[in-house]
Structures are given as C-alpha cells and as structure tokens.
Design a protein. Sequence first.
Length: 466
Amino acid sequence: MVDLTRRFDVLVIGGGNAALCAAISARRAGASVLVLEGAPKFYRGGNTRHTRNMRCAHDAATEILTGPYTEEEFWKDLLLVTGGQTDEELARFMIHESKDILNWIVEQGVRWQPSLGGTLSLGRTNSFFLGGGRAMLNALYRTAEELGVDILYDAEVIDLNIEHGMFLSAQLKQPVGGRTEVRASTLVAAAGGFEANIEWLKQYWGEAADNFLIRGTPYNRGAILKMLLAKGVQEIGDPTQCHAVAIDARAPKFDGGIITRHDSVVFGIVVNKHAERFYDEGEDIWPKRYAIWGRLVAAQPDQIAYIIFDSTVVTSFMPTLFPPIAGATIAELAGKLELDASALEKTITDFNAAVQPGTFDHTILDDCATQGITPAKTHWARKIETPPYLAYPVRPGITFTYLGTRVNKQSRMLMKDGKPSANMFAAGEIMAGNVLGKGYAAGIGMTIGSVFGRVAGREAAKNARN
Ligand SMILES: Cc1cc2nc3c(=O)[nH]c(=O)nc-3n(C[C@H](O)[C@H](O)[C@H](O)COP(=O)(O)OP(=O)(O)OC[C@H]3O[C@@H](n4cnc5c(N)ncnc54)[C@H](O)[C@@H]3O)c2cc1C
C-alpha cells in the first residue's frame, strides 16, 4: 500500500521507458520516488511496449553490434533526417550519452540480442532488446520495485499545481480511491506525446485525422503536456510534426504495434486512390525513409494509398499481420482495391517503360532507376510484371508527436521567460521535439527516453535534496 499522505522527493508521471529510467536513476541517487502510470497494469509501459531497438553510438563492434557507429556518424544521420531541425547542443549531448546507455541499461536488468536479420539493416547502429520492448519494460519495472520505487497503476494525473514555474502537487484520479493530491519536491513528466488524442490532432490536420490509425497506446492523450504548456512551460516543436509510418489500413485504431507496419515500399510502387504515384519510393535506404510515408499518405485524398508489387519480391521484406491482396491481372487487383482498372494499368505500364537496366541491390543505393517519369523512382526500380500482382492498402500510422516541452541538458524544463523551472524535468516523447524537429531515424525514440530519463531522474533527485 503506497502512503500518499507523505511527500515524495521525486514524482514521475508516466510508465514507459523514459519514466522508468528516470525513476530508477532517481532512486539510485537516494531519492524517494513515486511513479504514476495512467494505464492499468496489463497495459503499463505506453508505446515502449511495442519497441524493439535503440540507436546508440559506439566506437567499436560489440557482442551484438557489427561495427563502430561514431558520434559524428550518428550526428550526421540525425542532421539528414531532421533537415537540421534539431537543437545541436542537446542532440550532441544525447548522442554522447547514448554510448554509456548501452551498458547502463544492462545494469538495470535489460538484455540485448543481436540484430534481427533481414529486417531493417540496423545491425551496426541499433541494439535490439532480447524479448522486445515488453521484456525490456518488465526488467525495468522489476529493478525499480527491488530498489523501492513506489508504483501505482490506473493512476491518471488529471491536474498539476504549479506556481511560478514550481511544481507543488498533482491531482491523481484512480478508479478505486477517487481523487488524491500527491505532493513531491520535484516532478519528472514522462507521459508521452498527444498522438492518441484525435481531437487534438484534428486542430492541425482537420478531418483527415479521423483516418489516422494510432500505432501505440490509447493512453498518450497529451493531458500532462497540455497542462505544462498552459502553466508557463516553453513549448518546442511543430504540432504537425510526428513520427508517422504507412501501416496496414486493416489495422485496429490503437495499439496495432509493429506487425501492422509495411516495409515493402522500396520493392514496388505506391499509388493513391486515383491509382497515381505521388513520391519517389526509392529515395533512400529504408531505415532513413520509412518514417516519411505516414505523412505522405496523410496528404493523399481520403488518407489512403496502396503499395503495389509483384510475386518476385514477396519474400524480400518482413511479412506483416495482414496478407497482401492478390490479383491474377492488374485489372483484377484494381477491382479488389476498388481502384480504376485502366488508371492502374496505365500507371504500371508507364512505370515499367521508364525502368532502366541496373544491378539490383537493396542494401545499397543501387543503380536501378527510372527515366522520364514524374515522380522518378531513383533506386531499386524494377518492372512490375510477374503475376500474381499484389497490394497492401495503407493509412497513416501515427507513432508519436513531436510538440513538447523545452528542456536543457539537465532535462530541466524551461519556462516561457527562458528561465529554468525550479523543480520540473521532462523525458521521452514529451520532450522529443528538442531533438526531432522533423523526420526520424529508427531507434531514436528510445535513445531520447533513456538518455533524458536517466538525466532527469538524477537531476530531480539532486534538486530534491537541496
Ligand atoms: C509500434 C511502435 C514501435 C516502436 N518501435 C520503436 C523502436 O523499436 N525503437 C525506438 O526507439 N522507438 C520505437 N517506437 C517509439 C517509442 O515507443 C517511443 O519513442 C518511446 O517508447 C517513448 O517512451 P516514453 O516513455 O516517452 O513514452 P511511453 O512509453 O509511451 O510512455 C508514456 C506513459 O505515460 C502514461 N501516461 C500518459 N498520460 C498520463 C497521465 N495523464 N497520467 C499518468 N500517466 C500517463 C502512459 O500510460 C504511458 O505509460 C515505437 C513506437 C510504436 C508505437
């Protein structure tokens, strides 16, 4: 039974990777810590439950990573995907700290495994959690409990008492027990983005947001973020920017997870509901480009698109939960997709005619390209000509949003007047926009949560003792 009448040193709101890293780090620094997870125990851990890997810099190959991935290379990758929209000081700090996180996370009970073959070409840059995100979370929860961190589930925070940039208390709502005021010397906000709040998404995306599917937890509704911004915390990031991938249109509205994502774009073409191509499917290697396809589909009529390929590539990518829709002819496939058959035939005929000879190699930016069509397919362009013809219908799958709270290198929130908050820290998705102005490279979400979670916990504990 957690004693809610006491005043804790550190209150952590959230129950995912960032929250647990913060809680463990604060506890190890000697603080009393309470974690409030809004979800029931079974669903604890937010989007972290769905993860598989984390991107960390390292100077030499390790037992599970094939070669060095230097800080400079990580930085260049981040610059590329964000188009420079990142806070350089914070990003370089995160990248530097990521080296140490590889070991620190193991000290908290998490186990790594070698990269899964044939999935995302991440064997050098990303470490995979043995057993996936849920196993990782279970290890973090177990460690937190053993260290004496108090944890409450079904514990939604519905209000924050903040005065002049200083956190005083939080209003907790529980199904049994009702409302309680929880007091703590410091706050770590690790309650995710607002991706599961369709009404909030609609403010920026309009009615199109009704057609978005949310890949992760329904509990990340952005309530804590909204309260913090309303109570004087400086905001960072463009509210329309998010991590969004193309996922199967047949996926559930929430929590479909990784098995609904399609990695087959580079092996075929993508058309909209008018059976027209709209973007270069072969722009760059998949880990650097998969996260643009959600936005691209979101910009298409009715937020629907179709990945079209033929039988020669079926085993070239990771299979998903849903089987492809097949047709013996293009016209038959078009009929099943409810697309105009002659329009789809023309798109594929034009595409095939534009494909130039080349040597196909999906592991590099190969020389298989089109000529004379717009948009071009600049790599991995091969004719679609061997039946059965196959398709996946896709919709925007929102992973997480980037609008957040501005922080400094101590993970301390900055107020609108530029001054650091007296006792409020943030980690994870809720502050991801400091590093990710736009774009994404696989595995950075967990790096942000682990690095800034660890720092936030440590700094919050220090703050509480002073
Ligand atoms: C399908 C999928 C696959 C992914 N794969 C990867 C991957 O392999 N690698 C990677 O780096 N990233 C991946 N991501 C992104 C990654 O999940 C996030 O970047 C990361 O988990 C964020 O951690 P977090 O702790 O900030 O948020 P979360 O793990 O989402 O935790 C937020 C927590 O806050 C709680 N909460 C929300 N509101 C309240 C409230 N009012 N009161 C109390 N609690 C509240 C939620 O219940 C939840 O527990 C993936 C995401 C998805 C959806």
